[in-house]
Design a protein around this ligand. Structure first.
Ligand SMILES: [Zn+2]
Length: 321
């Protein structure tokens, strides 16, 4: 029996789409919190199928049942609902929760044969007077930007083509919603082998269990600088180019095993003026281990180190977008 016990009614069959919410909850409103909060509060106040937080994903209702999540009968009965939790808390944690919520949505789309588009991936504010999903809307450039981002990120995770960018009805501006505003393309050398380039989050660069020694990065707009730290050694000089034949400025590394990398993206003025500053968002994993937290540029607030990696631990995967 699910936590919510099928109280909103049985649908059976496949949901026709997914609503993605922000919970307007604090840093403490994680999966463990909802696990005890939901059974002790009237469900009429609202609940969703899934709660995605930094301590995991809570499924509060089975997929085959409705959920009272959007105050709209069709939405409640015929769609799945995913809450991105801790939306009033730390931004980086929220972004990670949102990313995992979109991964969950992509899995559910695959499971139920849902084609992610304007009518299947829904926002609460489309059917009800609410700011939800407030934080996602804020960071992805408004309602259309947020919706475009959700749809295209889910499609990207499913290996599908992206939909055209939505036009902001108010301003007429093309709204990229944070998608592919800047493409980062990168490759690594590990165990003496240079592996194929990866674009954004299409894959990761590296091979599980093989220590990375060098990294080459480029982007399609603006410029970047990056450097790596040798295991048991020091930071090497920054480089700005991307060319495996240019050992001075074409890649970061000296063929020795590295344990950390720092990437800084310099946003061109025309992008700053229109969309604001963009950041390199990247992460690494220790040999055969789980990824460490995302790092943004060389930021050191919110528990970030200013680089990805831990001194003393070789890395085997690198991702950047
Ligand atoms: Zn909502």
């Amino acid at each position: 029996m699910s936590i919510c016990g099928g109280v909103a009614g049985y649908r059976g069959g496949s949901p026709k789409g997914i609503f993605i919410h922000n919970d307007a909850g604090s840093q403490n409103a994680n999966a463990a919190f909802y696990r005890t909060w939901l059974p002790s509060h009237p469900l009429e106040n609202g609940f969703a199928h899934y709660y995605v937080a930094d301590d995991g994903i809570l499924q509060a209702e089975d997929d085959a049942y409705g959920a009272w999540h959007c105050a709209d009968y069709d939405g409640n009965m015929n769609y799945l609902s995913i809450e991105v939790c801790q939306s009033m808390g730390n931004l980086n944690i929220f972004r990670e929760n949102e990313e995992r919520a979109l991964q969950l949505a992509a899995n559910k789309c695959k499971e139920y044969g849902i084609n992610p588009n304007e009518s299947t991936i829904r926002l609460h504010r489309e059917v009800y007077a609410t700011s939800c999903p407030h934080r996602s809307v804020e960071i992805h450039g408004g309602t259309n930007g947020c919706k475009t981002y959700f749809i295209n990120r889910i499609r990207e995770l499913m290996g599908m083509d992206l939909i055209p960018l939505m036009i902001d009805s108010g301003t007429g501006n093309v709204n990229h919603g944070g998608m592919a505003l800047v493409d980062f393309i990168y490759s690594v050398r590990a165990g003496g082998v240079i592996y194929p380039e990866v674009k954004n989050l299409a894959d990761y660069a590296g091979v599980r269990g093989v220590a990375i020694t060098d990294i080459a990065i480029r982007c399609n707009k603006g410029s970047l600088k990056y450097r790596v730290h040798n295991l048991g050694g020091n930071w090497l000089s920054y480089v700005t180019g991307c060319d495996w034949n240019d050992y001075q400025n074409g890649y970061a590394g000296n063929s020795k095993i590295i344990d950390a990398v720092e990437v800084y993206y310099d946003t061109p003025k025309e992008i700053v003026n229109r969309y604001g500053y963009q950041k390199a968002q990247y992460r690494v994993s220790p040999l055969n281990g789980d990824y460490y937290a995302w790092q943004y540029d060389n930021e050191t607030d919110h528990g970030q180190d200013g680089y990805a990696g831990i001194f003393g631990a070789a890395i085997d995967r690198f991702q950047l977008f």
